[in-house]
Design a protein around this ligand. Structure first.
Ligand code: G3P
Length: 217
């Protein structure tokens, strides 16, 4: 499963990229606003740090303006992936862009039927929001299971990009189900390293090592 970071924070992106774990980045208008940076400038910087897809979201609601915005965004770098909302205009834009060889991430997906539509429109990625699904009394991971089943039934190549990931269990379940990608805030990706027994083990080994009075370097 590929790991994308759901952030526009450059320090976090650099730190995760250095671990070799980072396969891409996703941003959205809220994350750009949180960064306090200029949209074009920060997206360009992210694209220079990460080799994989970097999602940059259009903000127009009509197809014509979405296409104009996409035109500007895709000039930022070769690894820009245009993010469009799951609406009729969004999917028209998805079809036009993917036919032209541009990567498209269809976002704000909350049902398996919506995911089916995005795949038929040729989406590179579909982003079902599991955390927001859970917040509203649904089961986000059941949504991922349904999409996996449907995509496999028809051999759609659209990659399932699990979004709105809130905790490490979402990551584990995504991998169990066979999602292609998950995008998570850096704090969730960093939390994957943690285990109380790892910390306890290090503590014990260091205590015993210090007692030997030896040093390696
Ligand atoms: O980038 C889209 C998605 O991951 C947003 O997550 O936590 O705002 O629901 P969240």
């Amino acid at each position: 499963m590929k790991f994308f970071a759901d952030t526009a924070d450059i320090d976090d992106i650099k730190e995760l990229a250095a671990t070799g774990l980072l396969d891409g980045v996703t941003t959205n208008p809220s994350l750009i606003a949180k960064s306090g940076r200029d949209f074009m400038e920060v997206t360009k910087e992210i694209c220079s740090i990460v080799d994989g897809p970097v999602s940059a979201e259009v903000v127009a609601l009509d197809h014509e303006t979405m296409m104009k915005e996409a035109e500007v965004l895709r000039k930022i770098a070769d690894n820009v992936c245009i993010k469009v909302p799951l609406t009729i205009d969004g999917l028209k834009t998805c079809k036009a862009l993917t036919e032209d060889g541009t990567m498209v991430n269809v976002t704000l997906c909350f049902s398996a039927n919506q995911a089916l539509l995005a795949a038929k429109a040729g989406a590179t990625f579909i982003s079902p929001f599991v955390g927001r699904h859970d917040d509203n009394g649904f089961n986000g991971m059941e949504l991922i299971e349904d999409i996996r089943l449907i995509y496999d039934n028809y051999m759609f190549e659209t990659e399932i990009l699990v979004a709105s990931v809130r905790h490490v269990t979402h990551v584990l379940e995504s991998a169990r189900i066979g999602a292609d990608v998950m995008t998570a805030p850096p704090k969730v990706i960093k939390a994957l390293f943690n285990h109380v027994l790892t910390d306890k083990g290090i503590e014990g080994f260091l205590k015993d090592w210090q007692a030997t009075g030896q040093s390696i370097v």
